[in-house]
Design a protein around this ligand. Structure first.
Ligand code: URP
Ligand code: ZN
Ligand code: ZN
Length: 460
C-alpha cells in the first residue's frame, strides 16, 4: 500500500475498482488450516493451490498451515517437504511447526527454524494417542524452548488418554458409528487438557495460544487465566460457533461421518458461550481447521468410528458466516469483525502491520466487502476441493466483491482469477509483542531473589 486517503490520483494505466457503498478491509487471515495433510492413513483432499484459491474466493488472503513431522523425524526435513507442497499456493502463507516428539535434535532444530526459517510458533497435540500426541514432560520441554526462543506455544487441548479409554470402551459396547465420536470426546476431556496446559504455560511463564476451543469448559479455563493476568489466547472455529452435535445422530452415515472432526461439534449451549467469548475478547481469533476429507476417505471408518479421518472444511465460508451471524445479528461490530478475522491473528503471530492492517507499507491483501451481497452456500458451487459443505444451504448476507493479494485482483466480483504460485511464504520473526510482554503477573509479583547478605538482588 503506497497511499490512502480522499482524492488520490490513480497513475495512468492503473486499474480502478469502484468500492462505493462497500467496506475496504484487510483480507482475512486463517491461522489454522491443513492443506494436503497426510493424516490418519490418507491425505487431505484440498491442496495448497485449491485451498488458497477457495480462501480468497471467501475474502481470506493468508493462511497459517502446519508442518507436522512424524515422531522421530527431522523438523527441518518436514519443513522443507511442506515448503515444496506449498509452492503452488495462490495466496501468501506461513507455517506453525508441530512438536510430536522430544530429543536434543528437536531442541536444536526448533532453534534453526526460529532463527533461520521464519517460524515463530510451535504446535502441540495433547490428543491422537499412539500417533502425534505429546506427554506433559514433552510439553514442558518444548514450552521452555519456546520461551527461550521467543516463539509462541500453541496447543490442541484434549486429554488423549481419556479419549483412547472411551474409544475402547464404546467399541466394547458395540458402538462403531459416528455417534461414538462425540461420546469419546466430551467437553470435560477438552476442559481438563485446557486447564492443565494453561497451568504448564504459567509455570514456564510463556504465552500460550489454544486452538479450536469448542466448549464452555475450555473457554472458562482461558477466561480464568486471562482474568489472573496470564497471557493466554483462544481461537474458535466458524463451525463450532454454528453447528451442533445433532449432526452425529443423522441417519445417513456419510452425513454424520462428514462432520467427524476433533474436538467434535457440541450441544447448542456451547455455541452461545463461544459467541460471548468472542464478544468479550476472551477469544481473540477465528479459524477453520480446514482439513478436508471426501466421502471415499471418510468411508475408511465405515466399521469403526475411530478410523474416520478427522476434519472438515470452511476456509471459503469463514468470513461470510461470521459477518452474517456476527455483524448481521449485532453481536459484533465491523471493526471487531476485522480484529477476529485478521488483525488479532496478525498481532499474535507477529505478522502485523504487514498483514492484518490497511496502512502505508502493508501488503495490499485487501477485501472489498459488500454487506448487501447474498448467496446460499452450496458444495455444488464452491471452489473448495471437497464434496460437501458443513454450512450447506445457509443463506448468508455480506460477501467479498473483490479480493486482492499483494495488490493483484484474485477475485473479481465473484469470478476467481487466482494464479498458482503467486503466494509467497511469509517468514515470521520471533520475539513478537506477545513474547516481549509479561506472560504472567506472577513474574511481576514474585518475591525478588534474596542474596546471601539478605539484600534483595536487583531486577524483578
Ligand atoms: O479434526 C481435526 N481437527 N483434524 C485436523 C487435525 C487437528 O486436530 O487439528
Ligand atoms: Zn486439532
Ligand atoms: Zn488442526
Amino acid at each position: 500500500i503506497v497511499a490512502f486517503g480522499p482524492g488520490l490520483e490513480a497513475p495512468s494505466g492503473a486499474r480502478v475498482i469502484d468500492a462505493g457503498g462497500q467496506l475496504v478491509m484487510p483480507g482475512g487471515i486463517d491461522p489454522h488450516t491443513h492443506m494436503e495433510l497426510p493424516f490418519m492413513g490418507t491425505v487431505a483432499s484440498e491442496d495448497f493451490y485449491s485451498g488458497t484459491a477457495a480462501a480468497m474466493a471467501g475474502g481470506t488472503t493468508m493462511i497459517i498451515d502446519f508442518v507436522i513431522p512424524n515422531p522421530g523425524t527431522s523438523l527441518l526435513e518436514a519443513f522443507d517437504q511442506w515448503r515444496g507442497w506449498s509452492a503452488k499456493a495462490a495466496s501468501d502463507y506461513s507455517f506453525h511447526v508441530a512438536i510430536t516428539w522430544w530429543s536434543d535434535q528437536v531442541r536444536e532444530e526448533m532453534g534453526v527454524l526460529t532463527r533461520e526459517r521464519g517460524v515463530n510458533s510451535f504446535k502441540h497435540f495433547m490428543a491422537y494417542k499412539g500417533a502425534i500426541m505429546v506427554s506433559d514432560e514433552q510439553l514442558l520441554q518444548s514450552f521452555q524452548r519456546c520461551q527461550e526462543l521467543g516463539a509462541v506455544a500453541t496447543v490442541h487441548a484434549e486429554n488423549g488418554e481419556i479419549v483412547w479409554h472411551l474409544q475402547q470402551e464404546l467399541k466394547r459396547q458395540g458402538i462403531t458409528g459416528p455417534e461414538g465420536h462425540p461420546l469419546s470426546r466430551p467437553p470435560e476431556v477438552e476442559g481438563e487438557a485446557a486447564n492443565r496446559v494453561i497451568k504448564i504455560a504459567q509455570v514456564i511463564n510463556t504465552p500460550l495460544y489454544v486452538v479450536h476451543n469448542s466448549c464452555i469448559e475450555s473457554l472458562e479455563a482461558i477466561t480464568r487465566a486471562r482474568l489472573a493476568g496470564q497471557r493466554v489466547f483462544g481461537e474458535v472455529l466458524a463451525g463450532h460457533l454454528l453447528i451442533d452435535d445433532s449432526v452425529y445422530r443423522h441417519p445417513d452415515w456419510g452425513y454424520a461421518a462428514a462432520h467427524v472432526m476433533s474436538p467434535p461439534f457440541r450441544p447448542k449451549e456451547h455455541q452461545e458461550a463461544l459467541w460471548r467469548g468472542l464478544q468479550s475478547g476472551n477469544l481473540q481469533t477465528t479459524a477453520t481447521d480446514h482439513c478436508c476429507f471426501c466421502a471415499d476417505q471418510k468411508a475408511m471408518g465405515r466399521d469403526d468410528f475411530t478410523r474416520i479421518p478427522n476434519g472438515t472444511g470452511g476456509v471459503e465460508d469463514r468470513m461470510a458466516v461470521l459477518w452474517h451471524h456476527g455483524v448481521g445479528s449485532g453481536r459484533l461490530t465491523p471493526s471487531e469483525f476485522v480484529r477476529i478475522t485478521s488483525a488479532n491473528a496478525a498481532q499474535i503471530f507477529n505478522l502485523y502491520p504487514r498483514k492484518g492492517s490497511v496502512s502505508v507499507g502493508a501488503d495490499a491483501d485487501l477485501v472489498v466487502w459488500d454487506p448487501e451481497k447474498e448467496k446460499v452456500i452450496r458444495a455444488a458451487t464452491q471452489q473448495s476441493a471437497i464434496d460437501y459443505n458443513v454450512f450447506e444451504g445457509q443463506r448468508v448476507k455480506g460477501l467479498p466483491r473483490y479480493t486482492l493479494t499483494r495488490g493483484q485482483v484474485a477475485v473479481n466480483d465473484g469470478k476467481v482469477e487466482t494464479r498458482e504460485g503467486h503466494g509467497q511464504f511469509v517468514a515470521r520473526e520471533p520475539n513478537g509483542s506477545v513474547n516481549r510482554a509479561l506472560s504472567s503477573w506472577k513474574a511481576l509479583t514474585a518475591p525478588r531473589p534474596v542474596s546471601r547478605s539478605g539484600i534483595p538482588a536487583t531486577g524483578v
